[in-house]
Design a protein around this ligand. Sequence first.
Ligand SMILES: Cc1cc2nc3c(=O)[nH]c(=O)nc-3n(C[C@H](O)[C@H](O)[C@H](O)COP(=O)(O)O)c2cc1C
Length: 159
Amino acid sequence: MVQILVSYSSRSGNTEKLARAVARGAEQAGAQVVCKRASDTTKEDLPDGIILGSPVYFGTVTAEMKDLIDRSVGARRKLRNKVGAAFTTGGHHTGGKETTLLSMLMAFLIHEMVVVGDPIETGGHYGVACLGAPSADDERAGELLGARVADVARRLKGG
Ligand SMILES: Cc1cc2nc3c(=O)[nH]c(=O)nc-3n(C[C@H](O)[C@H](O)[C@H](O)COP(=O)(O)O)c2cc1C
């Protein structure tokens, strides 16, 4: 069974709600999932796939998420070929959701991970993003992202 970590930052609950949907989707796809805050995530958390979620703060990730990314230097070389994906919530229609997603995807690339975007059914771009609190459709998009990461992780693991 593949292990998936969903690690998120959230102050007012929007990103946490989306994180729960992403975790649910990965679980429904047969993965064993741990869903926890970025501040509670350590380099001992070494799953087959990592899905990071952060609200947009000034066009990029929160300080809490940046701290996790910086601490992940302790897992250098241990994340090669594991799957990475990202999700975000923002307060404005544009406002930096794509730059925030890319900030997380860049860290995955530096770790030699295999980066996965959201499936074509939900847009097929850089990850899942929504405005404010996730709607039912946004939660469905989150579930599909989680399922896709679980599926790709399983294929890479040879299962
Ligand atoms: C310090 C701060 C900076 C923010 N900067 C942006 C921004 O640049 N663009 C944007 O669209 N929303 C911005 N927002 C709004 C949040 O991204 C948005 O409300 C988000 O859904 C909050 O997520 P949470 O409920 O998980 O904490 C900002 C909010 C805060 C508190």
